[in-house]
Design a protein. Structure first.
Length: 249
């Protein structure tokens, strides 16, 4: 059964070769969705969209820029007339300690992760409201739930925790319009964001804290995104779903 037949989806930060957004785009396309791949670099976004097969589109969009978010959403609406699913996946980390965080570090991390989530959702809400349906999936992190970690930095934890608050507030406000908003909290997933950042000892230490004993795969997160995007989760809104191999048990 194809879960997203006839649906359209926008996924931000979806050009990265091994990334969660890319894996989600691939799974959505396999389930019948037309996918708009948004990312910073137009060529990379177009290549990622082309790799999904025909009928998809790649657009340049820096999610920290409200005008670019509005323009990208307008392009999708012009072409396809509807937006059923938005996945706010674009994110950056900075492995800094508290006293190392300069104002520009704080701005950069909160802008991409948190401000971008707001801007893209604001851009999609009118069309979803008009349609009386829509699913927004926000990429938070286990860093929001237990703080820190080796990769992100405290400002990353703050941004990802902010996403959880924003998710619940938007879910509450948009529920009467038929628009659902949920978050995913991935644990330690093998992607470019985590690759090469740990010594063998550090990696072993991280894995020792995961009851399932392995790092997550991008496809593990994509499967959860598909559930939240599709009607399988029709009565779920304002939730956060952990995809972390049991890291919080
Ligand atoms: P990734 O680096 O592979 O992908 C992130 C993508 O976001 C890249 O394609 C990048 O170009 C894009 N991007 C960066 N800034 C952007 C901007 N301003 N506008 C638009 N796009 C921008 O990382 P990933 O591991 O696939 O992470 C995807 C999401 O999942 C992020 O939000 C990340 O914080 C979150 N996450 C990842 C992990 C993990 O272990 N990999 C764990 C928890 C949460």
């Amino acid at each position: 059964m194809k879960l997203l037949d006839g649906r359209t989806a926008i996924i931000t930060g979806a050009a990265s070769q091994r990334g969660l957004g890319r894996a989600t785009a691939e799974l959505f396309a396999a389930h019948g969705a037309r996918v708009a791949v948004l990312d910073l670099d137009l060529g990379a976004a177009e290549a990622a969209a082309a790799a999904l097969g025909g009928g998809h589109m790649g657009l340049a969009c820096d999610v920290t820029d409200k005008d670019q978010c509005d323009a990208a959403v307008a392009r999708v609406l012009d072409a396809w007339g509807r937006i059923d699913v938005l996945v706010n996946n674009a994110g950056i980390t900075q492995p800094l300690r508290i006293l190392e965080i300069a104002p520009e570090n704080y701005d950069a991390v909160l802008d991409v992760n948190l401000r971008g989530t707001l801007y893209m959702t604001q851009a999609c809400i009118p069309a979803m409201r008009d349609a009386g349906s829509g699913s927004v999936v926000n990429m938070s992190s286990v860093s929001a739930q237990r703080g820190g970690g080796i990769f992100g930095g405290p400002h990353y934890s703050a941004a990802k925790a902010g996403i959880l608050g924003l998710t619940k507030a938007m879910a509450r406000e948009l529920a009467p319009d038929g628009v659902r908003v949920n978050a995913i909290c991935p644990g330690f997933i093998d992607t470019d964001i985590t690759a090469g950042k740990l010594s063998d000892d550090q990696r072993a230490q991280v894995l020792a804290g995961i009851p399932m004993g392995r790092a997550g795969r991008a496809s593990d997160v994509a499967g959860c995104a598909l559930f939240l995007a599709s009607d399988l989760s029709a009565y779920c809104t304002g939730t956060e779903v952990d995809v972390n191999g049991g890291s919080l048990i």
